[in-house]
Design a protein around this ligand. Structure first.
Ligand code: HEC
Length: 263
């Protein structure tokens, strides 16, 4: 017979907590072997964190006009841009954005490939046909950016730092032809030239388009591409907390009742 004891009660609570708490956990941060990234506050952090829609929209513009020249983000489809919890562009806007690209589709009835304008269902385009072509063009393949914000230690702080971290190499530090010095890149030299310059991307909402601002905006955008369901997850985490509180209260009363009968 199973006895309902203090111990099983605590075990049940512990198990419920073990299932519920990871939902609230933030992406793990660990120190890389490079300089520690600049630590910033981000609207999406914390249990109640949400994305800043305007930052996501500006960040998409930076991604599209700058990063997409060299990087892909193959896990993202244009229609994701209108889903709740993201930049939330209108359907018309998304259709227009997708129609800007040319997609090679097919084969058609005669077995031939054909070109058509992009549609909301299409993935973000890749600037190179394959990673070898990308590596040949740049000296190193530019990684896909879909989940990069979660693929690096302290991801969002690292991304922002990397984008603002280009400086002259210190005296005596040898930077080979075609490589660039960056304070925050592990090992300090990488094949990506500084992608941002003040004033590069025009912002329609009047936000100053400094390198730091564009770096923050595109970081927000890339955090969303890496975790498009973050807002839903935070909401669920909160609901689980409420549930656990109610469950604890219920268990407490249940235990008192059971024990009071045992004297
Ligand atoms: C001119 C081409 C080019 C542009 C434009 C460019 N990148 Fe890169 N990027 C590269 C290449 C090449 C690499 C690989 C560097 C290496 O491994 O040495 C890279 C690497 C990266 C990395 C990985 C760094 C790491 O830790 O491995 C990130 C993150 C990144 N780029 C983000 C961006 C963002 C965000 C933008 C837009 C603001 C951007 N890039 C624009 C070419 C580019």
């Amino acid at each position: 017979m199973i006895q309902f004891s203090r111990k099983t009660g605590f075990l049940a609570l512990a198990a419920a907590a073990a299932i519920g708490l990871p939902l609230l956990a933030q992406p793990a941060s660990a120190a890389g072997d490079a300089v520690k990234p600049i630590q910033s506050e981000w609207s999406f952090q914390g249990v109640f964190g949400t994305y800043d829609r305007d930052a996501l929209r500006r960040g998409y513009k930076v991604y599209k006009e700058v990063c997409a020249a060299c990087h892909s983000a193959e896990l993202v489809r244009f229609r994701n841009l209108m889903e709740p919890g993201g930049p939330e562009f209108s359907e018309g806007q998304v259709k227009a954005l997708a129609a800007d690209i040319v997609v090679i589709d097919g084969p058609d009835d005669r077995g031939e490939m054909f070109e058509r304008p992009g549609e909301p269902k299409d993935r973000f385009p890749s600037p190179y046909p394959n990673s070898q072509a990308a590596a040949a063009a740049m000296g190193a393949p530019a990684p896909d950016l879909s989940v990069i914000a979660k693929a690096r230690p302290d991801g969002v702080n690292y991304l922002h730092s990397l984008l603002v971290g280009y400086t002259e190499a210190p005296e005596g530090f040898d930077v080979l032809e075609g490589l660039h010095y960056n304070t925050y890149f592990p090992g300090h030299v990488l094949a990506m030239p500084a992608p941002l310059a003040d004033g590069q991307v025009e912002y329609e909402d009047g936000t100053p388009n400094t390198v730091d601002q564009m770096a923050r905006d595109v970081t927000n955008f890339l955090m969303w591409t890496a975790e498009p369901k973050l807002e839903q997850r935070h909401r669920l985490g909160f609901q689980v907390m409420i549930y656990l509180v109610l469950l604890s209260g219920f268990l407490w009363f249940a235990m008192r009742k059971v024990w009071s009968d045992q004297h």
